[in-house]
Design a protein around this ligand. Structure first.
Ligand SMILES: Cc1ncc(COP(=O)(O)O)c(C=O)c1O
Length: 376
């Protein structure tokens, strides 16, 4: 029997140590420059990010949440409008809809990928529907080509919630190719994460880029001039850190995929439902999420935690299951969400970050197999 190990869920400090020289230098350069807000480091990172996505504009913001609702606001979506999304996502997806005062209309996810079930969208479209927000859950793109076809037919805006899937792509499409804007997050735990919070909108639409730029800076198109807005700027220190890390992203994604392949090979003969990658897609394995099939998720979770493995759940309480839902906000579920509820009840995330060691990966597989042997 292998000796007990501690396997963490995140590798932030390991990543800092691996890039210490580059990061320390980038931080020092910003400090010495005297320009910390809307300065050259932000402009450089926005240019690099737009190029990375192969799109025209990237606008840095305070958070990934702002990156969802600021484009909605820039497009005039608000009270009286409906937006379709899923209930098995991080809370911020729905929160963004409510922040602009619109109604969240939830449809189910589909069981293979746990992404939005595209066949359920049409029934949820009403004359008030203005937008769809597909979430690229766990790191795999939703079926954007099918969603875009529906959106075109019904003249709907599409904002991709790409907080978890930067560097991913579909079978024959890139992120951003089939939508009006892409929202992403750089909170530390994301695949491209800074040491704190921030996010960005990436878009080919001039009106969205200009609108969001104005809204993030007190509605200001030029010094001393203001319209209505907020303060949601990505500051230069974080931008400089992100510029350093962006150069390593593809390599990190490849390593995540390698680790996922090891987990899946090790656990393939168990009753656990393993992550499924659609043919031709690049799943960036932001999270490696298993599902238990015999209703014993909490048991597996506490077993792994007791064995020193910091497994977690994403997300054990779907949005409509949160206490007090919908808090006086407008919300509806169309057609039931049985798969999203099943996902919430059975999901379990194994440690997943590029700096995991082979011993940690092997130990995690070994302990999961040990539980499976005793639990069918
Ligand atoms: C799917 C999803 N959407 C939105 C967000 C919000 O991003 P942030 O925390 O940067 O506001 C996150 C992550 O936190 C997320 O995972």
């Amino acid at each position: 029997m292998t000796q007990k190990m501690q396997v963490g869920f995140y590798g932030h400090v390991r990543q800092y140590h691996a890039l210490k020289n580059e990061l320390d230098q980038a931080i020092a350069e910003v400090l010495e420059s005297g320009q910390y807000v809307m300065g050259p480091a932000l402009a450089r990172f926005e240019k690099e990010l737009a190029e990375y996505f192969g799109m025209k504009h990237a606008v840095g913001l305070n958070s990934g949440t702002d990156a969802i609702w600021l484009p909605l606001l820039a497009l005039g979506i608000g009270p009286g409008d409906e937006i379709i999304t899923v209930t098995n996502t991080f809370f911020a997806t729905a929160e963004a809809i409510w922040i602009v005062g619109a109604k969240a209309v939830f449809v189910d996810s589909e069981p293979k990928t746990n992404n939005i079930d595209v066949s359920k969208i049409e029934a949820a479209i009403s004359p008030r529907t203005k937008a769809i927000i597909p979430v690229h859950l766990y790191g795999q793109c939703a079926e954007m080509d099918r969603i875009a076809a529906l959106a075109k037919q019904h003249k709907l805006i599409v904002i991709e919630d790409c907080a978890q899937a930067i560097d991913g792509h579909g079978a024959n499409f890139k992120v951003g190719e089939h939508s009006d804007a892409v929202a992403t997050s750089f909170i530390i735990q994301k695949n491209l994460g800074t040491f704190g919070d921030s996010g960005a909108v990436i878009t080919n639409r001039e009106d969205i880029a200009t609108g969001v730029k104005r809204l993030r800076n007190h509605g200001s198109p030029a010094r001393s001039k203001h319209t209505f807005g907020f303060n949601s700027r990505l500051d230069d220190l974080h931008a400089a850190i992100l510029s350093v890390k962006l150069k390593h992203l593809t390599k990190w994604t490849d390593r995540r995929r390698e680790i996922a392949a090891m987990y899946s090979a090790g656990l393939k003969d168990t009753s656990l439902k393993l992550p499924y990658e659609l043919p031709g897609y690049r799943h960036v394995m932001h999270l490696y999420v298993l599902e238990t099939t015999k209703g014993k998720r909490d048991d597996l979770l506490s077993f792994l935690n007791k064995e020193g493995i910091d497994a977690k759940c994403h997300y054990p309480i779907a949005i409509h299951q949160q206490e007090g839902y919908p808090w006086g906000k407008e919300a509806a579920i169309v057609g039931g969400v049985p798969n999203s509820e099943w996902n919430a009840a059975n999901c379990i995330s194994l440690p997943m970050f590029p700096e995991l060691t082979q011993d940690e990966i092997d130990y995690t597989i070994e302990k999961t197999l040990e539980w499976c042997k005793d639990n069918g």
